[in-house]
Design a protein around this ligand. Structure first.
Ligand code: CP
Length: 305
């Protein structure tokens, strides 16, 4: 039985297989419409979500399976004090696969140790978000035609941004990758990402504060939200939240081929005026999320089409 807790749980070859399956699903959706008939997926969201939960639910529906679950801890027995382990043991006796988001780092790993069925981490605190990373990889592959030889700027909350941590971990396994890490001093990338991921692989990276100065070098610009829910102190959030706001004017020196990605939701870090520029890829990225999650469900359930 396989789980997906960290993007490193998948090899580079397995990720390429998932990308190829997702591309085939996009081209031939009817081939897959009954692939998970009689299978059930549970979405257990202890933290808010729009894209991740609904794309998983849409993915399972499009595979002919069924979905059950909850979208907030308050509507589950967690509100009565039930542990994650007991919740997972219970739900895993009802369904074939579990998707789980939790505010505590490591909760999906705990879940995977007691579950009778595959567990997918749909985001754990400020730690990891591997299915967002699969979405990002499919998007980069489709926009750029491959995953090698790219200069990737990551901008915003690099400290608490779980999508950033998982994406750096994933992209570090491809060749010719450089990172430009754009953040205020207080929201720099955690030391463990540098010492455990970037430095052992000799991946070139620079930490900078200016978005405008970085843009001309980039093939990908991955914008992120400064996340109010991760701050202990409202004053710090208010001070940092508007540090970066991408506007069409700031893109005037960008490469023509620059792709702007964002895991969403956005607050105001990308002006809506950017949406109609050729750089904006984030709404295509949202759509890709459903197809790569369909591919992942098939893989973890061992269903071949
Ligand atoms: N990208 C992402 O995780 O979005 P949601 O919080 O809406 O699921």
């Amino acid at each position: 039985m396989r789980h997906l807790i960290d993007i490193k749980d998948l090899s580079v070859d397995e990720i390429m297989d998932l990308i190829q399956t997702a591309n085939d699903i996009i081209e031939n959706p009817e081939k897959y419409q009954n692939a998970c008939q009689y299978k059930q997926l549970a979405t257990l969201f202890f933290e808010p979500s729009t894209r991740t939960r609904l794309s998983f639910e849409s993915a399972m529906n499009s595979l002919g399976g069924k979905v059950l679950g909850f979208s907030e801890a308050a509507s589950s027995s967690t509100a009565k004090g039930e542990t994650v382990a007991d919740t997972i043991q219970t739900v895993s006796s009802y369904v074939d696969i579990i998707v789980m988001r939790h505010p505590k780092e490591g909760a999906p790993l705990v879940a995977s140790r007691v579950s009778e069925v595959p567990v997918i981490n749909a985001g754990d605190g400020g730690h990891n978000h591997p299915t967002q990373t699969l979405t990002d990889l499919l998007t980069i592959y489709r926009e750029k035609g491959g995953l090698d030889n790219l200069t990737i700027g990551l901008c915003g909350d690099l400290k608490f941004g779980r999508t950033v941590h998982s994406l750096i971990t994933a992209m570090s396994r491809y060749s010719g990758i450089k990172f430009v890490l754009i953040s205020p001093e207080e929201l720099r990338i955690p030391q463990y990402i540098k010492s455990d991921v970037l430095e052992p692989r000799n991946i070139p990276y620079e930490e900078v504060a200016s978005l405008e100065d970085s843009i001309p070098d980039l093939d990908i610009l991955y914008m992120t939200r400064v996340q109010r829910e991760r701050f202990f102190n409202e004053a710090d959030y208010m001070r940092l939240k508007d540090t970066y706001i991408l506007t069409p004017d700031k893109l005037k020196n960008a490469k023509d081929s620059l792709s702007v990605l964002h895991p969403l939701p956005r607050v105001n870090e990308i002006s809506t005026e950017v949406d109609s520029t050729p750089y904006a890829c984030y709404m295509r990225q949202v759509k890709n999320g459903k197809f790569i999650r369909m591919a992942l469900i098939l893989k973890l359930l061992g269903v071949t089409v």
